[in-house]
Design a protein around this ligand. Structure first.
Ligand code: GCW
Length: 614
């Protein structure tokens, strides 16, 4: 059921074996050009040119000129453009972000936290266990879209992964680094803040000299094995992970201690800002989880060392279907930041439901105003032959890399077109239909699950399928507080005050129900069911309509997919067909459960007489 699939099929079985990007670029050029009869190409390395490249054409054919890694990026750009039937010529181009990262949430037992594409690519049964060729192919995929740093273990660091930074496991880490280095990909290791304690000290206090010495020694060891390690990634004081708070230290003190151990080796310390109270009481209306990141960090601006990057989730909650941009991005002018996206479809359909991300990224980036300096995404990958479970979910990995290179929101249609041409062939007869399906998918999903910024109606822990009160009385700070009159949380200054974490002009827009984008209305406001939407419908009717329309959209996706039968390898078609069938069921379940939920509160039927169960 799970055939191989990727956007670089033209390389066939062959894999480059070179030891550095220039060598790989030469091999790839030869391999790729073989499938492009008639084209000829040369490579020229521009020392000091880094990731940048240009592609020109003269009497002898194409010329890719690029820096040490730039030659490789230029090579893939040339080959993919020719394969997709586009003009490959480009003036010198540099990536917008120095670090274009992916985070794996892989555990060493082989499971992947929030993974929907099989098991880990790197580990099985507590050990490194992988297919080296597959890792090389992965490197090729990453380089082809410019991703250059990958963390290889879960931010929830479970033993024995805490030992990845010790001599016990570093020889194995080195092997992965060696496999990915030729593709310009550097490794990041997620570390456990309490490692000093695990290794025999009685504290992990960042201000304790013994702890500082411990990490210095550990870093010396790490860099002896992997001299170009990109750095460490840390989830501290979050969801029961250890961190500096335990010792009465703030996160600047906690992060700087590690950063100083990494500094002599040129390493970065990437510190996640996903810190909130996960033992909240639903009776308490004052604590508001979306305020947490700002409250924990904003006042620390200017206190972080220069090799610290704060990694902030795109929204203030947790990768919900629709959230505003985290207000922390507008604060902390003097701090390096990375925005974290989630390709793994934790809340967006588990790679069963189709959910193409560029449209939502576009909304996020438009609100962001200014990009942070770095970018990151949680991967959607596993050891499924097609990499992403749903064959079409691969488009998210592809377009993420493209966005990370360009540093701006991309035209989702254009990217989809190229991805389809590369993956299914330039002459794929249903390319327009497929493109339209991808383009519509995010909106469809949002409608049948949680329109208007309504969060947390998903099944607890699993995060697939509806359970409108599943999170309502739990400890996670995840409430919508629906009752017989109203739904949503007032986050204006009359409510929790969250909106005031934004710059004044944005806060003013969000706080006013007349100007707040409707997509976010229930994120910022608590509204009565008879609230009039801008088109005159009541809030309740709009909720009903969206769920009916969303479920209808899911049916249409299934019908559209059926039109693809016979146009691709049977198992790829059937794999996705099976998922579209499940999606249609899921959408129906969401529609009926959510509509019934609100109908039972209000007793108000659908204005169009459609069936709402009681
Ligand atoms: O939303 C939560 C996820 C956890 C994840 C966490 C995080 C890795 O449900 O699975 O843990 O976010 O981002 O740290």
């Amino acid at each position: 059921m799970n055939a191989e699939l990727c956007w670089l099929p033209f390389f066939g079985e062959a894999l480059p074996q070179g030891r550095d990007p220039l060598a790989v670029a030469r091999e790839e050029m030869a391999l790729g050009m073989a499938s492009l009869a008639g084209a000829s190409c040369r490579l020229a390395c521009v020392p000091g040119g880094g990731d940048g490249f240009e592609i020109i054409k003269d009497e002898q054919g194409y010329l890719v000129r690029g820096g040490e890694t730039g030659v490789l990026y230029g090579t893939y750009r040339l080959l993919t453009a020719l394969q997709a039937g586009e003009c490959p010529l480009t003036a010198w181009t540099d990536p917008a972000f120095p670090l274009r990262m992916l985070n794996h949430w892989d555990n060493m037992d082989g499971t992947v936290e929030r993974g929907y594409a099989g098991q880990s690519l790197f580990y099985k049964n507590g050990k490194f266990d992988y297919d080296a060729d597959r890792i090389r192919f992965y490197g090729r995929m990453l380089a082809s879209v410019g991703v250059n740093a990958v963390s290889i273990n879960n931010v929830n660091v479970h033993a024995p992964a805490d030992k990845l930074v010790t001599a016990e496991l570093l020889p194995e880490v080195k092997k992965i680094a060696d496999l990915l280095r030729p593709f310009g990909v550097r490794l990041i290791i997620a570390v456990d803040y309490a490692l000093p304690v695990t290794m025999g000290l009685d504290t992990a206090d960042p201000l304790d000299q013994r702890v500082q010495d411990f990490w210095k020694k550990q870093c010396d060891e790490v860099y002896a094995y992997v001299p170009d390690l990109c750095g460490f990634l840390v989830k501290a004081d979050s969801e029961y992970r250890p961190g500096p708070y335990k010792y009465g230290r703030d996160h600047a003190q906690g992060a700087n201690m590690l950063a100083r151990a990494l500094k002599p080796h040129g390493g970065m310390l990437i510190w996640r800002c996903f810190v909130y109270n996960c033992r909240q009481d639903w009776r308490d209306h004052t604590t508001d989880r979306p305020k947490a990141a700002y409250d924990n960090y904003a006042h620390l601006d200017g206190q972080f060392d220069e090799n610290v990057i704060l990694q902030i989730k795109n929204g203030p909650y947790d990768f919900q279907v629709r959230e505003p941009v985290s207000p922390l991005f507008y604060a902390m002018e003097r701090t390096e930041k990375a925005i974290e996206f989630q390709l793994a479809q934790e809340y967006t359909g588990h790679q069963i439901d189709l959910y193409y991300m560029p449209p939502i990224w576009k909304d996020i980036l438009a609100d962001l105003r200014r990009m942070p300096r770095h970018i990151c995404a949680v991967t959607n990958l596993g050891d499924d032959a097609n990499w992403t479970g749903h064959p079409l979910a691969q488009a998210n990995l592809y377009t993420y890399g493209r966005m990370a290179w360009e540093g701006k929101a991309l035209d989702g249609d254009k990217e989809a077109e190229r991805w389809i041409a590369l993956t299914f062939g330039r002459d794929f007869p249903e390319k327009d239909r497929l493109k339209a399906m991808l383009a519509a998918s995010q909106g469809i999903y949002e409608k049948y699950t949680s329109p208007l910024g309504l969060c947390w109606m998903v099944k607890p822990h699993l995060h697939y399928g509806p359970d409108p009160e599943g999170y309502e009385f739990s400890l996670w700070g995840t409430f919508h507080r629906a009752n017989h009159q109203a739904v949503g949380i007032d986050r204006t200054d009359k409510g929790t005050g969250f909106a005031d974490q934004y710059p004044a002009d944005m806060a003013a827009v969000y706080k006013n129900t007349d100007t707040c984008p409707e997509k976010l209305l229930l994120f910022f406001h608590r509204l009565r069911y008879d609230f009039k939407m801008r088109d005159g419908r009541t809030l309740l009717q709009r909720i009903y309509d969206d769920h009916f329309e969303g479920a209808e959209g899911a049916e249409q996706l299934l019908a559209q997919w059926r039109a693809m039968e016979g146009l691709m390898p049977r198992d790829i078609y059937e794999n996705a067909l099976n998922r579209f069938e499940k999606q249609a069921l899921n959408a129906r379940e969401w529609r009926d459960i959510i509509n019934t939920y609100f109908y039972r509160f209000t007793g108000i039927p659908d204005a169009h007489g459609r069936k709402i169960y009681d």
